[in-house]
Each structure stands twice: as C-alpha cells, then as structure tokens.
Design a protein around this ligand. Structure first.
Ligand code: GAP
Length: 513
C-alpha cells in the first residue's frame, strides 16, 4: 500500500536543506521553479549512486562500455528521434487562476479519486465480513464497484484516444467530469494545446545565421548516434551495451514534488543492442537484473513493483516501469523499454549513413534491436533519502533523526571524534584520520558533547563514528560506533582501516548480483 505521506516529503525537503544535501537553485533570488542544487553531502551521495550504477552496468558486464556524449547535438537528431514533432504534453489553462495544467494529469487525478472510492468500499466490506471476506469476489460482483470500474474504463479509453488524436475531446472530457482548478475551484478552461517539452537555444551569432539547437531531453540519443563509433573502435559484438550518465532537460508543465520532476535532471541510461528476434528474451533478462540491482540496496523489497505498459509507444514492443513507493505513493523510478530498431533506423534515414552490424556467423548485416534501461538519478536519490529517513527513540530514551543510507552510499563514511579537545586527543584523532582518508570520505569533529556529535553524524547518514579517548593514547585502541544500532566496539587503530574498507565496500551491494 502506498505511503502517501505529504508530511514525510515536507520533512525530507527541510532535512535535505538543513544538512547540506539539496538547496533550491539560486535561492538568494527566491529560487527557480523545479531546479535544485546539490550541496556538500548531496553531491557525495549522488556520486556514490552513480558509482553503484556504473560498477554494476559497466564494470560487471564485459559487453557494456560507457560514453560521455555532448549535451548539444545536431538538431536533426531530434527530428529523427521524433522529439521535435511528438515530445509534447497536452496543456490546459484555467482562465480564472491563470494556472497551467497537464490535461492528461487532471484526468488521471480524477480517475485516482474513483479508484480511491473503490478501495474505500473494499476496506469497509473487509471490516464487515471479517475473515470470510473474499476480495476478488467482492470486486467482481459489488454493483457500486462495478459501476465505478466501468466509469474508469470509459474515461481511460477516451483519454487514450484524445492523447493520440483528439485534443478537443480531452477538453470536453474535463468539462463532462466536472474537473475544477485545484487553486481557484473554477471550471473555466481554455482549449487543450500541445506543448513541446524541449528547451531550445541559438548556436552561433545571429550575423552568422544562427541555428536552433536543443538541450537534450534524454541522454539516449547520444548513444544511438555513437553506435557505430563504439562498435567499431571497441570491436564490440552483438549483444553489447553502451551506458551513459548525464544531464537531461525538459520544460515540464507541472514540475513539483521536489526532485521527482525537475526541469534539469540527470539520467543513467543504457542501450543494449541485440539480434532482431531476440529482443524480448533480453527485455525479460534486463527487467530481472534491474529489479535485483534496486533490491540489493536494502531499502525494502516491498517498496518496488513493476508497472507493465499496456499502451505501447509506436516504436516499442514491450515496456515497463520499476515503481518505488515514494512519500507521494508508488511512482516511476526507472523505465525499461524494448525499442525495436526504431531509433537506429530513423538515424539511418535522416543521416544517410548506415548504422548496421555485420554478423559474421550469419554472414549478413542488420540494424540491431535495442533494449533500454533508463533511470533518473535524482529520483533514485529521493528514493534513498525517503527510505532512509528515520525518526526514532534510542534505548537510553534520547530521540534522533537518522538517515539509514546503505553504508557504501553514505556521503561521509567515518567521523573521527576526539572525546575531549585537550590532553593530546585531537592530535591522536588527526593521526587516525590520516590512516583512513586515502580510502574514505572522513570528517573530523571536536565541537560539543560527544552525544550531540553522534546526532549530527546520524542526521547525515555517517555509518561509522570513531571516538578517540584517553585509553587510545595508552593502548592504541578506539571505539567504533555503528550508526543503525548505536552499538560500540573497541578496536585497535591498526585494524581500523581494513575493517571499515570491508564495511563500506560496494562489494556488499554488488556481490549477490
Ligand atoms: N530514454 C528514455 C527516457 O528518457 P523517460 O521515461 O522519459 O524515458 C527515464 O525517462 C527516466 O528519467 C524516468 O524513469 C525518470 O526516472 C527520469 N525522469 C524523467 N523525467 C524526469 C524529470 N522531469 N525529473 C526527474 N527525473 C525524470
């Protein structure tokens, strides 16, 4: 069951700001909508998430290599990919509030309300019938539920048709359903119009005859146009993959829910090129690999589910999302698509260059089919943050807010804390840090009582705190405190680094995959 906890999202947003994870962009000028800056802790967590993805996708697959393509691409790229003509959202304005909405989202939210009514009926009936309750039978026979399900089907049918070819009917549907503007409560709507999500800019000076280019709305096209470069120079044989991490830009009509929907964001995408006819097998295989990769993070297996697409885009022959139970409920975290040979063929047509693979075994050339895995780095960041955020009372009765981030991903791996600011303890603590900092991100903190220092490290998710005390000077040992249990153990300084290397290694996350 989705959490739907607005309060949790608010707490996460304020925690992320207070502890240097995420700031509103250009905040001194009151910020810029749906644009965020990652702070000193945020950038470390983000870099670690990239590493976790890159190590799994590239390092652990000998037939996958990475690239880093430019954000600007020849404008014909976006004509070929279909983004110039079809990367649109249907928008509608409320004439009274002057607020802009996505027409399909207004309708989907209305459908969600009807679904909530069905859920309520089920909960009520389950209470009434107790152990004898048969949910499947209830859903199949209850007249009110059946009536609501019929309504949902009819709305979805019209939504699908409207999105494909009839924007006037989308407006009609909004009016018929009595959907009101959430801000003004008014039902005074403009017509529905298509709105292209790509940001454009000018390349060159006007005197030179500037041309319009786009900020890429996905990283994938940088991979497609480099398919032959990589295949030839890397002597890659089908099946093989090309992976990339980079920024993407979309002029989202409604950009909200913190870093879930941004106008500038980062994607981690991989295109896997396969022999035509084998794509659905590879699609299944990548679905399984990717869900396992997510679950290995230990954020709770119940937080993930697949959402298979029933209405496929014209270029896909299978597609699904991996959804995560965010504070706003289950929402898309990653997309996995079997994109056929659509993109490579389109680039062949528009560029006039062949983008084919010569298969020596078959003694013929063909345009490979493609399985794509595409995950939003910022959404992954939000998933980790929301699943890690914990408010708890410790055994000694004290309260703490702790980020239980998987140790390998934590911004700071070890904090070294001299018990007192005197008696040679700070100097000893610096020595300990010197022995750790080649392998780990470390922090030194000598301010305030030790309990407060632990709380500060808990709040940024530091998995290990090392305390240097008087005994350390005598016998060369320190205490090692474990974030999640708050348990402490005594360990020799000599053995400390090896132990922490083991505890924070990506190996623990990757070994089982
Ligand atoms: N190349 C395929 C592609 O771009 P997509 O479903 O549009 O597919 C892939 O995007 C992923 O990128 C999504 O699953 C999501 O995690 C992330 N994403 C898309 N739009 C985003 C936005 N406005 N803000 C943050 N992440 C976004």
């Amino acid at each position: 069951m989705a959490k739907q906890d607005d309060n949790l999202l608010k707490k996460i947003i304020s925690h992320a700001k207070e502890y240097g994870f995420i700031f509103p962009s250009s905040e001194i000028y009151d910020g810029l909508a749906a644009t965020y800056d990652y702070g000193q802790n945020g950038v470390e967590l983000k870099n670690n998430l990239k590493q976790y993805w890159w190590k799994f996708m590239v390092q652990m697959h000998e037939n996958i290599v990475g690239i880093d393509a430019a954000i600007f691409m020849h404008p014909t790229t976006w004509k070929a990919s279909g983004h110039v003509d079809a990367f649109n959202d249907p928008m509608i304005d409320n004439k009274d509030s002057k607020k802009r909405y996505r027409a399909d989202v207004l309708i989907e939210e209305h459908v969600a309300k009807i679904e909530a009514k069905i859920k309520k009926e089920v909960t009520k009936a389950a209470k009434r019938f107790g152990e004898d309750f048969d949910e499947a039978q209830f859903l199949a026979t209850n007249p009110r539920v059946l009536d609501n399900q019929k309504k949902i089907e009819a709305i979805n049918e019209r939504l699908k048709k409207g999105m494909e070819s009839d924007l006037d009917d989308l407006k009609l549907l909004i009016e018929e359903l009595g959907i009101a503007c959430p801000v003004s409560g008014s039902k005074n709507w403009t017509d529905v119009r298509q709105f292209n999500l790509m940001f454009s800019t000018e390349l060159g000076s006007l005197a030179d005859g500037a041309s319009t280019i786009y900020l890429r709305p996905e990283t994938a096209q940088g991979i497609f146009v480099n398919f032959l470069n990589v295949q030839k120079t890397g002597r890659m044989k089908i099946p093989f993959g090309i992976a990339q991490i980079g920024k993407a830009f979309r002029n989202e009509i409604i950009a909200r829910q913190f870093i879930f929907r941004m106008r500038e964001f980062e994607q981690m995408e991989m295109q896997f090129f396969v022999k035509p006819g084998e794509e659905l097998e590879w699609y299944e295989s990548w679905k399984q690999k990717r869900i396992q990769w997510h679950k290995a993070l230990g954020l709770g297996e119940e937080n993930y589910r697949f959402h298979d697409h029933l209405n496929l885009a014209h270029y896909a022959n299978a597609a699904c999302d991996i959804e995560f139970d965010f504070p706003m409920g289950f929402k898309e975290l990653e997309g996995i698509h079997s994109r056929t040979d659509f993109d490579l063929k389109a680039h062949e047509e528009h560029s006039g260059k062949k983008l084919q693979f010569f298969d020596h075994q078959e003694n013929k050339s063909y345009v490979p089919y493609v399985i794509e895995t595409s995950i939003g780095l910022d959404r992954l960041f939000l998933a980790v943050l929301s699943a890690s955020y914990t408010e708890e009372t410790l055994e000694d009765g004290s309260e703490r807010t702790v980020l239980k981030i998987p140790a390998a991903l934590a911004p700071t791996k070890v904090a070294v804390l001299p018990l007192l600011k005197k008696d040679g303890l700070p100097e000893k603590a610096r020595e300990v840090i010197d022995g750790l900092k080649l392998d780990h991100t470390c922090q030194y903190d000598e301010k305030d009582a030790i309990g407060r220092r632990y709380r500060r490290q808990d709040a940024v998710g530091t998995p290990y705190c090392v305390t240097v005390d008087h005994q350390s000077l005598e016998d060369g040992t320190v205490t090692l405190r474990h974030r999640d249990t708050a348990e402490q153990e005594r360990i020799s300084i000599e053995a400390l680094n090896d132990k922490i290397v083991q505890l924070v290694s990506f190996k623990t996350l990757l070994a089982a995959q």
